[in-house]
Design a protein around this ligand. Structure first.
Ligand code: AMP
Length: 223
Protein backbone atom coordinates (compact mmCIF):
# COMPACT_ATOMS: atom_id res chain seq x y z
CA UNK A 1 0.00 0.00 0.00
CA UNK A 2 1.19 3.50 -0.84
CA UNK A 3 0.75 6.64 1.22
CA UNK A 4 -1.60 9.04 -0.57
CA UNK A 5 0.35 12.25 -1.17
CA UNK A 6 -1.45 13.30 -4.33
CA UNK A 7 -1.63 16.10 -6.87
CA UNK A 8 -4.83 16.73 -8.80
CA UNK A 9 -4.10 18.30 -12.20
CA UNK A 10 -6.83 19.57 -14.48
CA UNK A 11 -8.22 22.61 -16.28
CA UNK A 12 -10.64 24.92 -14.49
CA UNK A 13 -14.01 23.17 -14.67
CA UNK A 14 -12.51 19.71 -15.22
CA UNK A 15 -14.12 18.47 -12.00
CA UNK A 16 -10.88 18.77 -10.05
CA UNK A 17 -12.48 20.11 -6.86
CA UNK A 18 -15.32 17.56 -6.82
CA UNK A 19 -12.93 14.66 -7.44
CA UNK A 20 -10.50 15.95 -4.80
CA UNK A 21 -13.26 16.20 -2.18
CA UNK A 22 -14.46 12.66 -3.05
CA UNK A 23 -10.96 11.21 -2.84
CA UNK A 24 -10.35 12.90 0.52
CA UNK A 25 -13.55 11.35 1.87
CA UNK A 26 -12.66 7.90 0.47
CA UNK A 27 -9.11 7.95 1.87
CA UNK A 28 -9.59 10.16 4.94
CA UNK A 29 -6.79 12.48 3.86
CA UNK A 30 -6.56 16.30 3.89
CA UNK A 31 -7.61 18.41 0.90
CA UNK A 32 -5.30 21.33 0.19
CA UNK A 33 -6.97 23.60 -2.34
CA UNK A 34 -5.03 26.77 -3.14
CA UNK A 35 -8.17 28.31 -4.72
CA UNK A 36 -10.12 27.70 -1.46
CA UNK A 37 -7.25 29.03 0.66
CA UNK A 38 -7.15 32.22 -1.44
CA UNK A 39 -10.94 32.59 -1.34
CA UNK A 40 -10.93 32.22 2.47
CA UNK A 41 -8.28 34.92 2.71
CA UNK A 42 -10.32 37.19 0.42
CA UNK A 43 -13.43 36.61 2.56
CA UNK A 44 -11.52 37.42 5.74
CA UNK A 45 -9.95 40.53 4.16
CA UNK A 46 -6.33 39.52 4.95
CA UNK A 47 -3.35 41.16 3.20
CA UNK A 48 -2.80 37.90 1.30
CA UNK A 49 -6.48 37.97 0.25
CA UNK A 50 -6.22 41.56 -1.05
CA UNK A 51 -3.15 40.67 -3.10
CA UNK A 52 -4.64 37.43 -4.43
CA UNK A 53 -7.93 39.08 -5.43
CA UNK A 54 -6.22 41.43 -7.88
CA UNK A 55 -4.91 38.43 -9.84
CA UNK A 56 -7.83 36.03 -9.42
CA UNK A 57 -10.45 38.45 -10.75
CA UNK A 58 -8.45 38.87 -13.96
CA UNK A 59 -8.09 35.11 -14.42
CA UNK A 60 -4.34 35.36 -13.80
CA UNK A 61 -2.18 33.29 -11.48
CA UNK A 62 -1.12 34.62 -8.09
CA UNK A 63 2.74 34.92 -8.03
CA UNK A 64 4.56 31.61 -7.42
CA UNK A 65 6.44 32.69 -4.28
CA UNK A 66 3.27 33.89 -2.51
CA UNK A 67 1.38 30.71 -3.42
CA UNK A 68 4.19 28.35 -2.44
CA UNK A 69 4.61 30.05 0.97
CA UNK A 70 0.89 29.54 1.64
CA UNK A 71 1.13 25.85 0.63
CA UNK A 72 4.20 25.30 2.80
CA UNK A 73 2.34 26.72 5.77
CA UNK A 74 -0.67 24.47 5.05
CA UNK A 75 1.42 21.30 4.56
CA UNK A 76 3.11 21.93 7.90
CA UNK A 77 -0.24 21.43 9.72
CA UNK A 78 -0.64 18.03 11.43
CA UNK A 79 -3.77 16.95 9.50
CA UNK A 80 -1.70 16.49 6.32
CA UNK A 81 0.71 13.99 7.94
CA UNK A 82 -1.45 10.97 7.00
CA UNK A 83 -1.70 12.02 3.35
CA UNK A 84 -3.04 14.95 1.33
CA UNK A 85 -4.36 15.92 -2.03
CA UNK A 86 -3.13 19.13 -3.60
CA UNK A 87 -5.98 20.61 -5.61
CA UNK A 88 -4.87 23.52 -7.82
CA UNK A 89 -1.17 23.39 -6.92
CA UNK A 90 1.35 23.25 -8.52
CA UNK A 91 0.18 25.22 -11.55
CA UNK A 92 3.58 26.19 -13.01
CA UNK A 93 6.89 24.37 -13.42
CA UNK A 94 8.45 26.80 -10.93
CA UNK A 95 5.77 25.83 -8.38
CA UNK A 96 6.43 22.13 -9.04
CA UNK A 97 10.10 22.71 -8.23
CA UNK A 98 9.17 24.70 -5.10
CA UNK A 99 6.90 21.84 -4.07
CA UNK A 100 9.77 19.34 -4.36
CA UNK A 101 11.79 21.53 -1.99
CA UNK A 102 8.93 21.94 0.49
CA UNK A 103 8.29 18.18 0.55
CA UNK A 104 11.98 17.33 0.89
CA UNK A 105 12.09 19.58 3.98
CA UNK A 106 9.06 17.78 5.40
CA UNK A 107 10.48 14.32 4.55
CA UNK A 108 7.59 13.59 2.16
CA UNK A 109 7.18 12.91 -1.56
CA UNK A 110 4.38 12.84 -4.11
CA UNK A 111 2.99 9.36 -4.78
CA UNK A 112 0.91 10.23 -7.88
CA UNK A 113 -0.22 13.18 -9.99
CA UNK A 114 -3.79 12.53 -11.19
CA UNK A 115 -4.63 14.32 -14.44
CA UNK A 116 -8.26 14.91 -15.39
CA UNK A 117 -8.23 14.92 -19.16
CA UNK A 118 -11.37 16.82 -20.27
CA UNK A 119 -12.08 18.37 -23.74
CA UNK A 120 -12.62 22.19 -23.91
CA UNK A 121 -16.29 21.99 -25.04
CA UNK A 122 -17.10 19.85 -22.00
CA UNK A 123 -15.26 22.31 -19.74
CA UNK A 124 -17.35 25.27 -20.90
CA UNK A 125 -20.53 23.23 -20.29
CA UNK A 126 -19.36 22.29 -16.80
CA UNK A 127 -18.28 25.78 -15.75
CA UNK A 128 -21.51 27.39 -16.86
CA UNK A 129 -23.47 25.49 -14.17
CA UNK A 130 -21.00 25.70 -11.32
CA UNK A 131 -21.90 26.91 -7.83
CA UNK A 132 -20.02 26.91 -4.55
CA UNK A 133 -21.07 27.16 -0.88
CA UNK A 134 -20.30 30.57 0.64
CA UNK A 135 -19.67 28.92 4.04
CA UNK A 136 -17.91 25.54 3.56
CA UNK A 137 -16.83 25.88 -0.13
CA UNK A 138 -18.50 22.59 -1.11
CA UNK A 139 -18.79 22.45 -4.93
CA UNK A 140 -22.14 21.94 -6.76
CA UNK A 141 -23.37 21.91 -10.35
CA UNK A 142 -26.87 22.71 -11.60
CA UNK A 143 -26.83 19.69 -13.95
CA UNK A 144 -24.29 17.16 -12.61
CA UNK A 145 -24.37 17.66 -8.86
CA UNK A 146 -27.40 19.75 -7.84
CA UNK A 147 -28.08 20.54 -4.17
CA UNK A 148 -31.19 18.96 -2.59
CA UNK A 149 -32.81 22.41 -2.17
CA UNK A 150 -32.06 25.11 -4.69
CA UNK A 151 -29.33 27.56 -3.73
CA UNK A 152 -28.64 25.89 -0.34
CA UNK A 153 -25.64 23.72 0.63
CA UNK A 154 -26.60 20.11 1.56
CA UNK A 155 -23.72 19.88 4.03
CA UNK A 156 -23.97 23.09 6.08
CA UNK A 157 -27.06 25.03 4.90
CA UNK A 158 -24.85 27.86 3.53
CA UNK A 159 -25.92 29.95 0.51
CA UNK A 160 -24.59 28.85 -2.89
CA UNK A 161 -23.10 31.37 -5.31
CA UNK A 162 -21.35 31.54 -8.69
CA UNK A 163 -17.70 32.58 -8.54
CA UNK A 164 -16.77 35.93 -10.15
CA UNK A 165 -13.95 34.22 -12.03
CA UNK A 166 -16.42 31.76 -13.62
CA UNK A 167 -17.67 34.57 -15.94
CA UNK A 168 -17.15 33.60 -19.63
CA UNK A 169 -14.33 36.15 -20.41
CA UNK A 170 -12.39 35.14 -17.31
CA UNK A 171 -12.90 31.43 -18.01
CA UNK A 172 -11.40 31.89 -21.48
CA UNK A 173 -8.33 33.53 -19.97
CA UNK A 174 -8.04 30.81 -17.29
CA UNK A 175 -8.16 28.09 -19.96
CA UNK A 176 -5.36 29.85 -21.88
CA UNK A 177 -3.26 30.04 -18.73
CA UNK A 178 -3.93 26.36 -18.07
CA UNK A 179 -2.82 25.28 -21.55
CA UNK A 180 0.35 27.38 -21.65
CA UNK A 181 1.48 27.16 -18.03
CA UNK A 182 -0.07 24.21 -16.19
CA UNK A 183 -0.40 21.51 -18.85
CA UNK A 184 3.43 21.08 -19.15
CA UNK A 185 3.24 19.64 -15.63
CA UNK A 186 1.64 16.50 -17.08
CA UNK A 187 4.94 15.86 -18.91
CA UNK A 188 6.95 16.81 -15.82
CA UNK A 189 5.23 14.15 -13.68
CA UNK A 190 4.94 11.76 -16.65
CA UNK A 191 8.75 11.74 -16.93
CA UNK A 192 8.87 10.67 -13.27
CA UNK A 193 6.47 7.81 -13.99
CA UNK A 194 3.84 9.04 -11.52
CA UNK A 195 1.24 10.58 -13.88
CA UNK A 196 -2.17 8.86 -13.91
CA UNK A 197 -4.70 10.02 -16.53
CA UNK A 198 -8.31 9.95 -15.40
CA UNK A 199 -11.11 10.32 -17.98
CA UNK A 200 -13.91 12.84 -17.19
CA UNK A 201 -16.52 10.21 -16.37
CA UNK A 202 -15.43 6.72 -15.34
CA UNK A 203 -19.00 5.61 -14.85
CA UNK A 204 -22.46 6.83 -13.94
CA UNK A 205 -21.88 6.03 -10.29
CA UNK A 206 -20.63 9.45 -9.26
CA UNK A 207 -17.35 10.91 -8.03
CA UNK A 208 -17.03 8.89 -4.79
CA UNK A 209 -17.35 5.49 -6.52
CA UNK A 210 -14.99 6.60 -9.30
CA UNK A 211 -12.38 7.77 -6.83
CA UNK A 212 -12.67 4.58 -4.75
CA UNK A 213 -11.89 2.61 -7.92
CA UNK A 214 -8.86 4.84 -8.69
CA UNK A 215 -7.59 4.54 -5.11
CA UNK A 216 -7.89 0.73 -5.20
CA UNK A 217 -6.18 0.45 -8.59
CA UNK A 218 -3.25 2.56 -7.39
CA UNK A 219 -3.01 0.70 -4.07
CA UNK A 220 -3.45 3.87 -2.02
CA UNK A 221 -3.98 3.31 1.68
CA UNK A 222 -6.81 4.90 3.62
CA UNK A 223 -6.03 6.50 6.96
P1 AMP B 1 -9.19 27.40 -8.53
O1 AMP B 1 -10.24 27.42 -7.49
O2 AMP B 1 -8.20 26.29 -8.32
O3 AMP B 1 -9.74 27.41 -9.93
O4 AMP B 1 -8.34 28.77 -8.37
C1 AMP B 1 -8.95 30.02 -8.57
C2 AMP B 1 -7.89 31.08 -8.84
O5 AMP B 1 -6.97 31.16 -7.73
C3 AMP B 1 -7.00 30.78 -10.04
O6 AMP B 1 -7.57 31.18 -11.29
C4 AMP B 1 -5.75 31.61 -9.69
O7 AMP B 1 -5.96 32.99 -9.93
C5 AMP B 1 -5.65 31.42 -8.18
N1 AMP B 1 -4.82 30.23 -7.87
C6 AMP B 1 -5.24 29.04 -7.35
N2 AMP B 1 -4.22 28.18 -7.25
C7 AMP B 1 -3.11 28.84 -7.70
C8 AMP B 1 -1.75 28.50 -7.87
N3 AMP B 1 -1.28 27.26 -7.57
N4 AMP B 1 -0.90 29.45 -8.36
C9 AMP B 1 -1.32 30.67 -8.67
N5 AMP B 1 -2.60 31.06 -8.57
C10 AMP B 1 -3.50 30.16 -8.10
Amino acid sequence: MKKANLIMLGAPGSGKGTRAVALCEVLGIAQVSTGDLFRNNIKEGTELGKLAKSYINKGELVPDGVTAAMVKDRLSKPDTAGGFILDGFPRTLAQAEMLDKILAELGEEISYALYLDVPDAEIIRRISGRMICSECQAPYHREFNPPKSEGICDKCGGKLFTRDDDKPETVKKRLEVFRSTTLPLADFYGARGILVKIPPELSERGAAADMREVAEKLGLCAR
